[in-house]
Design a binder for this molecule. Structure first.
Ligand code: AMP
Length: 120
């Protein structure tokens, strides 16, 4: 899938729409989800133009990949969920109901997060 420069996270990265920022470095931006599904619900995104995790894994630099993983751990600790527990999740494509076509990782915590997947 080609990268859509008008997706909402691209617009946040360009400063065209606001976000509640929790972390930023040269490669990563993290901010609160606008529709939180847990007491802690933070989105961690690369600044580069990647559609999905597999796009990121294939095309990002080692520095970009390391920065994203480093940010996730740091944010989990700084937001007080490292000990109580948290979940990271990245929706990719139609089967996972990905809404925003800019690679992002959800970080959830602050409550019991239940089972891993809805069983059908
Ligand atoms: P996904 O289904 O994984 O693509 O999730 C996209 C997430 O982006 C959803 O949890 C939305 O609530 C969130 N979202 C959409 N627009 C914004 C925004 N302007 N600021 C923060 N989060 C947003």
């Amino acid at each position: 899938m080609a990268y859509d420069r008008n997706n909402v996270f691209a617009r946040i990265l360009r400063g065209e729409i606001p976000c509640k920022k929790v972390y930023e470095d040269a490669h990563v931006l993290a901010f609160h989800d606008i529709n939180p599904q847990a007491p802690t619900h933070i989105l961690v995104i690369p600044k580069g133009e990647y559609v999905s995790l597999d796009d990121f894994a294939e095309n990002a630099t080692v520095e970009e990949i390391a920065a994203l993983i480093h940010a996730l751990g740091r944010i989990a600790r700084e937001h007080g969920v490292a000990d109580s527990g948290y979940r990271v999740l990245s929706n990719t494509g139609p089967a996972a109901h990905q809404e925003v076509p800019h690679f992002h990782v959800h970080l959830f915590g602050g409550r019991d997060l239940g089972g891993m997947l809805l069983r059908r």
